[in-house]
Design a protein around this ligand. Structure first.
Ligand code: GLA
Length: 380
């Protein structure tokens, strides 16, 4: 999958050359899980799977059109009056609606191609938002920085699509760089690239994620409540991740809220440990990744037996430094971080063994840290 493929698909669909092609990657989070909406630190990296958006202005048309190579249903819409449809193209049209607030947009033709799986927990929605943003910004043209396009996409996801997520995925898809992880402080929205030489094996447990949204929202409410209670004795506390673990232990919170708050406060310290290790050696500290997984399993309660199985089995592989679930949890993907060759040699066996234990076919992808959103072609 590349820009040539995106261009061919556009030509076959619309019978013309696109004006612009942009792409944006999926992401995995190395450490700092469920911290973005708690004002903490996160450390995602972009993967080598991307979404490509090709588009062309069509000023004389009455309507705009959007087509995806992987979706049976396509859409027509009026760029001057965009409504939410609860369909896959809301990520595209939501971004158009946000741009239309500050620029006069012509009707457009859009085609989407991708080798990033949808719905696996690898942030395909953020990648579709960012690839649309970057292609529209080139078309308008709009000089906004990638960070601002990430914030615009985050707003689209929360306000237009209507999914209450933290800021990590859009920042990762926009700002990551090849060979580097992205350290983000989600309270100030500052970020810094950190060199990383490890490879990452992404393991999709192929467990349906139907619980994810409701559980995710419940965890957010629990964290908000824990913060409210902690503020009774510490009114200055800016966010939950800023609390110290001993402060949480001393607060006498209800047991469930204490567990959630302990995960958040300890995980925030783990991000700093992994960043320090990357800065020193270019590699993650594996034990910190295992500790993160254990905390997500026991304290945050967002793991599954399949994710636990992967982490336990990855631990046995020579050359794997650490492993953990990544993303929201409740199904979806886990990662093993380590030497490329070792991960490559081990991946078929671990898939076969998973399939015989769980009777589900997993999917795996081996990647290094890749580049964030970019313009692939600009014919204007
Ligand atoms: C999902 C959300 C992110 C983040 C993670 C948990 O992937 O989209 O914003 O909250 O869960 O770290």
């Amino acid at each position: 999958m590349n820009a040539d493929h995106a261009r061919r698909h556009f030509r076959e669909t619309f019978g013309a050359e696109p004006d612009v092609i942009a792409s944006a990657p999926g992401r995995v989070n190395l450490i700092g899980e469920h911290l973005d909406y708690n004002g903490g630190q996160v450390l995602p990296m972009a993967i080598d799977r991307r979404i490509y958006v090709a588009l062309k202005a069509n000023p004389n048309a009455a309507l705009s059109r959007v087509v995806s190579e992987s979706q049976a249903v396509s859409a027509q819409f009026d760029i001057g009056g965009i409504l939410r449809s609860s369909q896959w193209w809301d990520y595209v049209t939501g971004v158009c609606a946000a741009f239309a607030r500050s620029a006069q947009l012509p009707q457009i033709e859009v085609s989407v191609t991708s080798d990033l799986p949808f719905g696996a927990g690898l942030s395909s929605s953020a990648a579709l938002e960012l690839s649309t943003c970057v292609s529209l910004a080139a078309l308008v043209p709009d000089e906004r920085a990638l960070k601002d396009l990430a914030l615009l996409s985050w707003d689209v996801e929360n306000q237009f699509v209507g999914v209450a997520v933290g800021v990590m995925d859009q920042f990762a898809s926009a700002l990551c760089a090849r060979g580097q992880a992205l350290h983000i402080w989600c309270d100030t929205l500052d970020s810094e690239l950190v060199a990383m030489k490890d490879a990452v094996l992404i393991f999709d447990t192929a467990v349906p994620r139907w619980l994810r949204t409701s559980q995710y929202n419940q965890r957010r409410e629990e964290c908000d409540e824990a913060l409210r209670l902690l503020r009774q004795s510490n009114p200055e506390l800016e966010n939950l991740a800023a609390a110290r673990p001993d402060e949480v232990r001393a607060a006498g919170l209800p047991r469930t809220l204490e567990k959630r708050a302990l995960h958040v406060t300890e995980e925030n310290l783990r991000v700093e440990t992994v960043v320090a290790s990357l800065k020193k050696s270019g590699s993650v500290t594996g034990e910190t990744l295992y500790a993160s997984h254990e905390s997500l399993r026991a304290q945050y309660e967002c793991s599954t037996p399949e994710l636990d199985w992967f982490v336990d089995n990855a631990r046995q592989i020579a050359g794997v430094r650490g492993a953990r679930l990544t993303g929201a949890g409740w199904g979806g993907c886990a990662i093993a971080v380590g030497d490329f060759e070792a991960l490559n040699d081990a991946k078929d066996d671990i898939c076969a063994s998973y399939e015989s234990s769980f009777h589900r076919a997993p999917r795996v992808w081996l990647t290094h840290a890749e580049q964030g959103a970019r313009v692939e072609l600009n014919n204007l």
